[in-house]
Design a protein. Structure first.
Lengths: 228, 162
């Protein structure tokens, strides 16, 4: 009862917490999953699988290897949930662990075409650019941007993630259908979309990329080095 | 900078749309779509352990190998060491199998668990030494009960070369 009253007080137009007040954060999900809650775990999987797939997609792995990389990543996360003291560290952990696992797969050679260490160096199999014609700097920036966006998106409350997913669906979904699926008035879609995007912009991962955060120095020197 | 600052909401959402493209790729022969990957990831939760202490990988000769010696390293055995507060396991991995030793050996009871769910009983001698066949595909971990404490090794690909 107290919770409900508190919510009502905070449901003032213009405050952006209204529709997401009682939704779990990533930190809540990590804590609940560590305590054995399968649904919280499924929530983490839903939020972070796009990031895992995005990182793995860079390495052009052979058939079946993306599934192996993914399975390894999630098994390791199950094992390390209780050691993740800071949920902010989760996206970085996921990116690093996925990347390392992709390198391991490339090093060991794919099952489809075993790689011969005498005639081929692992680097030959790693094509960091999805388009060989593309400018590597441009490509690196694009990959960093994808990772930052997906990490930021993963931290949105479910209500905001669900709405943006529907708004970005291929083929497009009509406002009428979005309204029905989410139980949200059509007139609420625009304002909720604006709040979701504002929240994305404020995410530390994206703020660093946009240069509006202390971390911007690190990001800029990283890309600066790549340019030289 | 302009391409990275997302001047308006539409630009930011267009970039997010592009970033999410990877999740829309349809599943094809041998290539798992997001639905199959998600099902596997959800099932991974059943491997959660509560009571056992995690024995971390503290040494792996593969990560130690100098690049020049990479060709020779392929022939040598790979050595890995896992350690928790109470126990440690050292394993030597070759194409012929795994030879390992648990310390302390007192009353050590060990079984291996593969990431496909299969379990293999491991027989330790009085010195804590054991042998295991080299696992095929996937990862392996060891559950160890010794001197009143239980531990589980970190998941690892216990392959001679990876």
């Amino acid at each position: 009862m107290v919770d409900r009253l508190t919510r009502r007080v905070e449901e003032v137009p213009g405050l952006e917490q209204d529709e997401t007040q009682d939704q779990p954060t990533v930190a809540d999900l990590v804590q609940a999953a560590a305590a054995g809650d399968q649904r919280a775990w499924d929530g983490l999987v839903a939020r972070y699988m796009p990031l895992v797939m995005s990182v793995a997609a860079r390495y052009r792995l052979a058939e079946g290897d993306v599934a192996d990389v993914s399975q390894t990543l999630w098994l390791r996360l199950v094992q390390n949930l209780h050691t993740l003291r800071e949920p902010q560290a989760l996206p970085g952990w996921i990116v690093t662990t996925t990347r390392n696992e992709c390198f391991r797969v490339l090093r060991s050679g794919s099952r489809v075409s075993p790689y011969d260490p005498l005639t081929e160096s692992p680097a030959d199999r790693v094509d960091l650019r999805s388009d060989a014609q593309a400018d590597p700097d441009e490509e690196l920036l694009r990959e960093e941007r994808h990772e930052a966006l997906l990490a930021a998106f993963a931290e949105l409350p479910d209500r905001h993630r669900d709405l943006l997913m529907l708004l970005l669906a291929d083929p497009p979904v009509s406002y009428a259908e979005i309204s029905e699926r989410l139980g949200m008035p059509i007139g609420g879609i625009g304002p909720t979309r604006a709040r979701a995007v504002a929240r994305l912009r404020r995410s530390p991962a994206l703020a660093a990329l946009l240069g509006t955060d202390d971390d911007a120095d690190r990001t800029q020197s990283f890309t600066g080095n790549a340019r030289r | 900078m302009s391409s990275r600052t997302f001047a308006d909401d539409d630009a930011l959402l267009a970039a997010l749309h592009e970033a999410l493209a990877v999740t829309r790729a349809p599943a094809a022969d041998g290539i798992a779509g997001i639905a199959a990957l998600t099902a596997g990831a959800q099932a991974a939760f059943s491997f959660r352990t509560m009571e056992e202490e995690l024995a971390s990988l503290i040494y792996d000769s593969l990560l130690d190998a100098d690049p020049v010696g990479a060709g020779r390293a392929a022939k040598a055995a790979r050595t890995v060491v896992f350690e928790s507060d109470a126990v440690s396991v050292e394993m030597e991995i070759t194409d012929d199998g795994i030879v390992g030793q648990v310390a302390p050996p007192v009353g050590a009871s060990v079984f291996a668990e593969a990431s496909d769910g299969t379990r293999i009983a491991v027989v330790c001698d009085e010195l804590g030494c054991f042998t295991l066949p080299t696992p095929g595909h996937g990862m392996l971990r060891l559950h160890i009960a010794a001197s009143g404490s239980t531990a589980v090794t970190e998941w690892a690909h216990l392959d001679p070369r990876a």
